[in-house]
Design a protein around this ligand. Structure first.
Ligand SMILES: Nc1ncnc2c1ncn2[C@@H]1O[C@H](COP(=O)(O)OP(=O)(O)OP(=O)(O)O)[C@@H](O)[C@H]1O
Ligand SMILES: C[C@H](N)[C@H](N)CCCCCC(=O)O
Ligand SMILES: [Mg+2]
Length: 212
């Protein structure tokens, strides 16, 4: 039985972690950020634990914790370590597992390997997080094309941001992937607001079916 889902995005800083917190909370899943680059601020794992109110035992330790907030290939070089993509194998978990990449699909782990290459090896269904703002049509269609070329299973697109119906419509028509929903911009961003917004804007059964 498959028990993992991947969350990637069209870019860094677009809301993958916030979306992951909501999904992990709603599914009662575990969370894994295999490669964390940047340790000064709150890490993604810490954000998911706090925003999703996820107990520590459901937050898996990163495989690589790199100090510099940069592309993992560079952060690893600065720290004098080498990421071994072959070592990136999701640990067994007692429940469902949500795995978050870093940045977008073609972010390098080494000079010869990107996250997309790892996702292609894993073959877990992938959720593509995308902004709703101007510029996202190109980024989203490019990302979907990159996943199809690698035969990465695509669960669908999760938009993050304020409502832009025309943008979401054309991506739905041209992207060849289901639109899973839209997580609005929340202000303030609290655990309660996130849980409510996810429940209002996504159909949890779509995610649960992956694990059936
Ligand atoms: N729905 C939302 N409402 C309000 N703020 C949000 C929302 N989604 C993301 N943010 C904010 O946007 C910033 C980037 O979000 P996040 O850390 O989730 O991005 P990311 O795609 O996971 O980035 P990375 O590539 O570094 O993992 C954070 O400050 C986060 O609090
Ligand atoms: C530092 C940031 N928060 C992410 N962890 C890594 C983002 C890598 C982006 C690389 C790039 O596309 O230029
Ligand atoms: Mg993140």
């Amino acid at each position: 039985m498959r028990n993992s889902l991947v969350v990637t995005g069209t870019d860094t800083g677009i809301g993958k972690t916030v979306f992951s917190a909501a999904l992990v909370d709603a599914l009662g899943a575990c969370y894994w950020k295999p490669v964390q680059s940047g340790l000064e601020d709150e890490t993604d794992s810490e954000t998911v634990a706090m925003l999703g109110q996820i107990p520590q035992q459901r937050i898996l330790r990163e495989a690589w914790r790199l100090r510099t907030p940069a592309s993992p290939h560079l952060s690893a070089q600065i720290d004098g370590v080498a990421i071994d993509p072959d070592m990136l194998t999701p640990p067994p978990t007692p429940s469902l597992l949500v795995i978050e990449g870093a940045g977008g699909l073609l972010v390098p782990l080494t000079s010869k390997c990107t996250f997309a290459d790892v996702f292609a090896r894993w073959r877990y269904p992938v959720i593509l997080c995308a902004r709703t703002e101007l510029g996202t049509i190109n980024h989203t269609l490019l990302s979907l094309e990159a996943m199809r070329r690698r035969e990465i299973p695509i669960l669908g697109v999760a938009f993050i941001g304020n409502d832009r119906p025309d943008t979401m419509k054309i991506i739905g028509e041209m992207g060849g992937a289901p639109i899973l929903g839209r997580l609005p911009h929340l202000d303030p961003l609290t655990s309660a607001a996130l849980r409510a917004a996810f429940a209002d804007h996504f159909d949890l059964s779509v995610f649960r079916e992956v694990f059936a």
